[in-house]
Design a protein around this ligand. Structure first.
Ligand code: SF4
Ligand code: MG
Length: 336
């Protein structure tokens, strides 16, 4: 089966006064209908830039490589064509719905307008569709609330409105960029449940962009971990949690809060800061922070710092690391 979304060798470069910044470097992945791919990384890892590139919203950047939606190449399409695809075949939701919703129009008007633009539907039909969509995303009393303004909704309800707007034209691909980051834990869980339900009911393909592996564990089947604009590791969720191959993935897993933490044990963040994209190292971008490299021999360290690791298969994962934890585990005769 042809993937719905196929990204190949995507590179996104921003010209800056201090030189070109390569925000995404040679990234490849696919998403099938009904599949959720989680893309995980810190801020600056290139995950948001990737999603904007897919949507054709990479203003000012140079984009090379291929982005194909249902076999159709999107890179190089004129804005008019892309505008037709956005909303209609692919849609995006963001962390902050207020910035995407217009304050002076009711939520019903905004959903209806979206529908009218893409389908040329009449006013009454578009309004009916808006009420239906608000109901479908779990907003109580949709017939009344359709006439309210964005500020009259709570944060969680506003994100539901955004999802209703995104799905009003039945897109096949939904890109969700940190959709729950601004919400409290309970509401976060409800929104993730909603996305999972809509995905199942509609056979949607979802790309869930997040800095939080916990979010990925709840909704995604496959994970792509990004670091410094590149893929560090890709694997099915279960395999990734059971045995990460990349030291950075291990660090992310170790910094997740655990259910068995009874006291207020501090979270273990990964020490150090994200790499400079302006002056990238010729070797592995994670090297300055990598505990595995720090414990390695001088020869191995030289390779980490001098040669960029390619993404290669390892035990059902893809991993870009000269000293994959899988290899280490095998050498020791265990998986952990
Ligand atoms: Fe660490 Fe080296 Fe692997 Fe990079 S290649 S993640 S520095 S062990
Ligand atoms: Mg971001």
């Amino acid at each position: 089966e042809q993937p719905l979304l196929s990204v190949e060798d995507l590179t996104v470069t921003f010209p800056t006064k201090r030189g070109p910044v390569r925000a995404v470097d040679s990234l490849s992945f696919t998403v099938h209908r009904g599949q959720t791919l989680g893309i995980v990384g810190e801020s600056g890892s290139g995950k948001s830039v990737t999603s904007l590139a897919v949507m054709g919203l990479h203003t000012g950047a140079e984009v090379t490589g291929s982005i194909a939606l249902d076999g159709r190449e999107l890179t190089g399409l004129p804005e008019r064509e892309l505008g037709r695809l956005r909303g209609r075949r692919m849609a995006m939701i963001f962390q902050d719905p207020l910035s995407s919703l217009h304050p002076y129009y009711t939520v019903g008007e905004q959903i209806a307008e979206h529908h009218r633009v893409h389908f040329g539907s009449r006013r009454a039909a578009a309004r009916k569709r808006a009420v239906e969509m608000l109901g479908e995303v779990g907003i109580p009393e949709p017939a009344r609330r359709v006439g309210e303004y964005p500020h009259q909704f709570s944060g969680g309800m506003r994100q539901r409105v955004m999802i209703a707007m995104a799905l009003a034209c039945e897109p096949e691909l939904l890109i969700a960029d940190e959709p729950t980051t601004a919400l409290d834990v309970t509401v976060q869980a409800q929104i993730l449940e909603l996305i999972a339900r809509l995905q199942e009911e509609r056979g949607l393909a979802v790309v869930m962009i997040t800095h939080d592996l916990g979010v990925v564990a709840r909704v995604a089947r496959d994970v792509l971990v990004m670091y410094g604009g590149r893929a560090a590791e890709q694997a099915p969720v279960d395999a990734l949690f059971a045995g990460p191959a990349h030291p950075y993935t291990r660090g992310l897993l170790d910094s997740l809060p655990r259910l068995d933490d009874t006291d207020d044990a501090p979270l273990r963040a990964i020490p150090g800061s994200p790499p400079s994209l302006l002056t990238p190292s010729p070797g592995c971008a994670f090297a300055p922070r990598c505990p595995r490299a720090a414990a390695a021999s001088t020869d191995e360290q030289g390779r980490c710092e001098g040669t960029r690791p390619e993404l290669v298969p390892s035990n059902g994962h893809l991993v870009a690391c000269h000293l994959s934890l899988h290899t280490a585990a095998h050498a020791r005769g265990g998986t952990r």
